[in-house]
Write a protein that binds this ligand. Structure first.
Ligand code: GLC
Length: 638
């Protein structure tokens, strides 16, 4: 450890003065030794103002004072087990509270369902008070200190967190930090002319600056929210609105905004929230002449937020939602001086897209090229691996990866949109086109996993079986890649698109609601007693989750290496771990493939055991035959 700098000593003294009479003060002071340097370095990176670190220490002190005894005990345990989200038994589940169980108390009653499935990490989609009417699925927050009324209260949230913790499940909530609802108190005050709050936003008197920015800005919702600025009469100006016109981007260059969010973060941690999903984090810093995403200051800001949060509530972790190009993604888990100091988890958007690409093209080589180009991530962090989420799928596939296989990136992305919207003649899928951009010809896709693998279009039993096998293969890749796998609500029951989504007027323009159906509890409750697609999807996923737990090689600190084989449809994910290696084999096509067994057993074994089917790998005449969508998780014989 290096010697404390004078500034660190000052911060430590300040914390001691604020909290000297608190029980466990030695532990708290040790935390400032540990995370104070990250805090100071982050501030130096981004904010020139003096006195900011002291202000933050005061916010942290107040937050700490309010932290319950139970959560402080949880902090101690987490400090001893900081890899809880990296372990093979960590499995996530994401759901809208109302669509899953009506209310927060309803969610509490469904904990046994989650436990049975093997879930240890629950992400409840936005549940803080949104603006009335259209709210982008709750991502237009009006009050960060209040729960949406029809779901319950802050007290219900805290007691839900407690009940989840008793069942060994952690709670993740969204922290929307790029924007607030136009009805948020800060926006209301800005509209009333308060200069302090006008500075919380980017407001321009005329089109001069907005036009300059627009030259290089993309459009996130070109269909229903074109442009990035919205005129507001009361403001008498144009306000920056990257997403919808009712979502006002906040100004992170203002240290008051930083301090507000630190306070919000600690308050949520004090309700028992274990992880915050940093929504749209890539957008929070703007720079003229750029696309205003992935700016370097984003990482300095995240480092400050994380250091402050860890001093107050060390069990809290961050998950970055940065749906960005592969080359920009790893920075959210930390590169260079930020390595291991920013988010703990980040969505592996690229893996998700490549899984769909491999299934459509029946060729896994592009997946292997793209994954092999990723840098390793800090060993203390994890990818969130997933097949789909509540958002659309954008075809984030790099041209240069395509070029390595003599493919044209633009054509391949177009093929994927055609394929998953069902327009391509070879398609099995049933997706919907989301946000067609006439300028870039970009077409994203909505749809549940089951609809995208073709379950909705499967007429014969054999077609439905193939679709379910595809679903299992996609999930096996996400569960086997290493990291924190996320199941999106309903995929475990192979739920199809909600064709009726547009009957809710606020949802009609946004077909992402097609893949956010409500939980059909009658189907879920019959999972063990009926023979159905839902029951087979459930038992397949349930099995995978439970096998996963027994494989130490799936700890997220170990990287996955991906190998192609002599057949383009067959790919291996190899995880080497001191506790025993794991070789996963996937056939992404609907035909059987025979391979020389050395291609699979060449990873060092003479005999292999498939942990998923609990069978030895049959080798006949030196060959292994992989049926359509074969999914093997091989270890040495147990
Ligand atoms: C994130 C959310 C998405 C939302 C956007 C704006 O990308 O996942 O649903 O529209 O942020 O908050």
């Amino acid at each position: 450890m290096s010697l404390p700098t004078p500034q660190l000593v000052e911060l430590r003294d300040r914390l001691e003065k604020n909290l000297g009479d608190e029980p466990g003060i030695e532990g708290i002071l040790a935390r400032i030794e540990r995370w104070g340097p990250d805090l100071i370095a982050g501030i130096e990176d981004v904010y020139p103002e003096s006195g900011l670190a002291e202000r933050i220490i005061d916010i942290v002190s107040n937050g700490l004072r309010a932290r319950s005894h139970t959560l402080r005990m949880r902090d101690r345990i987490r400090l001893l087990t900081p890899d809880w989200f990296q372990r093979p038994d960590a499995v996530g589940y994401a759901a809208y509270a109302d669509r899953f169980a009506g209310t927060l108390n309803g969610v509490r009653e469904r904990i046994p369902y989650l436990s049975e499935l093997g879930v240890t990490y629950l992400h409840l989609m936005p549940l803080l008070e949104p603006r009335p009417g259209e709210s982008d699925g709750g991502y237009a927050v009006m009050d960060y200190r209040k729960v949406r009324e029809d779901l319950g209260t802050m007290r219900d949230l805290a007691s839900l967190a407690e009940a989840l913790h008793e069942s060994d499940i952690t709670l993740t909530l969204d922290l929307v930090l790029n924007h607030v609802a136009a009805e948020h108190e800060w926006a209301v005050k800005a509209r009333a002319g308060d200069p302090k709050y006008r500075d919380y936003f980017y407001i321009y008197p005329d089109r001069e600056m907005p036009d300059q920015y627009e030259r290089t800005l993309p459009e996130v919702f070109p269909d229903f929210a074109p442009g990035n600025f919205t005129w507001d009469d009361d403001l008498n100006g144009w306000v920056w609105t990257t997403f919808n016109s009712f979502q006002w981007d906040v100004n992170w260059t203002n240290p008051d905004v930083l301090c507000e969010y630190i306070d919000i973060i600690i308050n949520l941690a004090n309700q028992g929230v274990d992880c915050l999903r940093l929504d749209a984090i890539a957008f929070i810093v703007k720079r003229m002449g750029t696309n205003c995403t992935n700016q370097p200051e984003v990482h300095g800001i995240t480092q400050i937020l994380r250091a402050a949060a860890h001093i107050a509530a060390p069990s809290l972790i961050f998950k970055a939602e940065a749906i960005v190009a592969p080359d920009d993604l790893v920075a959210y888990l930390g590169r260079g001086r930020h390595a291991g100091r920013v988010s703990d988890i980040a969505y592996h958007n690229s893996l998700m897209v490549q899984i769909w690409s491999a299934l459509a093209s029946r060729d896994a080589r592009l997946l292997a090229v793209a994954m092999s180009r990723f840098q390793d991530i800090p060993t203390t962090t994890a990818w969130a691996t997933y097949v789909r989420c509540h958002d659309d799928i954008g075809w984030a596939i790099a041209n240069e990866d395509c070029e390595a296989l003599a493919l044209n990136g633009f054509e391949h992305r177009r093929f994927l949109s055609d394929f998953y919207s069902g327009a391509h003649p070879a398609s099995f899928a049933d997706g919907l086109v989301f946000q067609e951009n006439p300028q870039t010809l970009d077409r994203r896709i909505s749809g549940t996993a089951a609809s995208l693998v073709g379950l909705g279009r499967g007429h014969t039993a054999a077609e439905r079986r193939l679709a379910l096998d595809r679903l299992m293969l996609a999930y096996a890749m996400a569960m086997g890649f290493g990291g924190l796998p996320l199941i999106y609500m309903g995929d475990e029951l192979a739920l199809l698109n909600d064709d009726d989504f547009a009957s809710v007027p606020e949802h009609a323009d946004d077909n992402r609601w097609a893949h956010r159906p409500a939980m059909p509890w009658d189907i879920a409750d019959a999972r063990a007693t009926t023979v159905s697609d839902a029951a087979s999807a459930y038992s397949g996923l349930h099995r995978m989750v439970h096998v996963r737990r027994s494989l130490e090689s799936l700890h997220a600190s170990v990287p996955t290496r991906i190998y192609t084989t002599s057949h383009p449809s067959v790919v291996c994910f190899v995880r080497r771990h001191p506790a025993g290696d794991l070789v996963q084999v996937y056939n992404v096509s609907d035909v059987s493939v025979a391979l020389d067994s050395a291609e699979i057993l060449g990873h060092g074994w003479t005999l292999a055991y498939d942990r998923l089917s609990e069978r030895y790998l049959p080798v006949v005449d030196g060959h292994v035959t992989l049926p359509p969508y074969a999914t093997l998780w091989l270890t040495e014989p147990v």
